[in-house]
Write a protein that binds this ligand. Structure first.
Ligand code: ADP
Ligand code: MG
Length: 255
């Protein structure tokens, strides 16, 4: 399969108050079209930094990122970015929120509006289109944020701890939801999380980052008996615990 995203020898050093702080050190990997790759690592190791570099929001100290063989320099309309907070605008209706990305990118055509509407319909939000974010559950808000990101048809979707603000039960349901949508829309996804279980439940491949300065300490291909298991079904498989143990040991978590 085609490698759509290539991260080449990324390093990032910040100028901190007490000198330099190296967050990332020689990070290289690529993501194939349609693949779901996640990056796990301890808090503060540089996961968000890495994703901000891929999103073109931070220029790395060293290395480069290629999207469809073109270097990323600055924020790209081909990359969708979803964060922990859903960032919905409370004074806009659900439908107006979903159109926001298209508006910002000046792509508010009839065709794109229809596509946004079709996403709302397909994912059970159409009946809520005239409601406001405060009238929706946490799960529905997150689904709205996802549809807003998908409405601009990004080639690659980036998720940064996108579910960690939700309570545990909602989080499991939303994970299932988001996974189903991304698979159906055949999206290429790069997710960072500190949650090992979340990464195993969704990914085709997991990159484990070391503590700072972060480098990739292990790459794990994730395979279950059936490729179409949902995240919840994956959690019930015996392989799930095996993958968990491997990553846990690799992270060398001290409690
Ligand atoms: P993670 O997402 O894995 O928790 P981050 O990428 O947010 O980690 O941060 C990695 C390290 O870089 C942390 O020690 C953080 O304090 C530091 N850092 C992040 N952004 C900046 C910045 N703009 N200036 C200086 N240091 C930063
Ligand atoms: Mg982070």
């Amino acid at each position: 399969m085609e490698e759509i995203l290539k991260v080449e020898q990324i390093a990032q050093t910040y100028q901190a108050e007490n000198g330099e702080l190296t967050a990332l050190e020689n990070i290289s990997f690529s993501v194939k079209k349609g693949e779901f790759v996640s990056i796990v690592g301890p808090s503060g190791c540089g996961k968000s930094t890495l994703l901000s570099i891929v999103a073109g929001m931070i220029r790395p100290t060293y290395g480069r990122v290629l999207l469809q063989d073109e270097p990323i320099e600055g924020i790209s309309p081909h990359i969708g970015y979803m964060l922990q907070r859903d960032n919905l605008l409370e004074w806009r209706s659900i439908y107006q929120n979903v159109l926001l990305g298209l508006e910002i990118q000046k792509k508010l055509t009839e065709e794109n509006k229809e596509y946004a509407a079709s996403l709302l319909k397909a994912y059970d939000l159409w009946d809520f289109r005239d409601k406001y974010p405060s009238q929706l559950s946490g799960g529905m808000r997150q689904r709205t944020a996802l549809i807003r990101t998908l409405a601009v048809r990004p080639d690659v979707l980036l998720l940064d701890e996108a579910f960690s603000a939700l309570d545990y039960q909602t989080r499991l349901a939303v994970t299932d939801d988001v996974y189903r949508i991304l698979k159906r829309e055949q999206k290429t996804t790069l997710m960072v999380t500190h949650d090992i279980s979340e990464s195993i439940s969704m990914s085709d491949r997991i990159l484990v980052l070391s503590r700072r300065p972060a480098h990739i300490s292990r790459v794990l291909e994730i395979q279950f008996d059936k490729p179409d298991f949902t995240p919840l079904q994956r959690r019930e498989q015996h392989q799930f615990q095996e993958y968990f143990n491997i990553i846990w040991k690799e992270l060398d978590v001290h409690v």
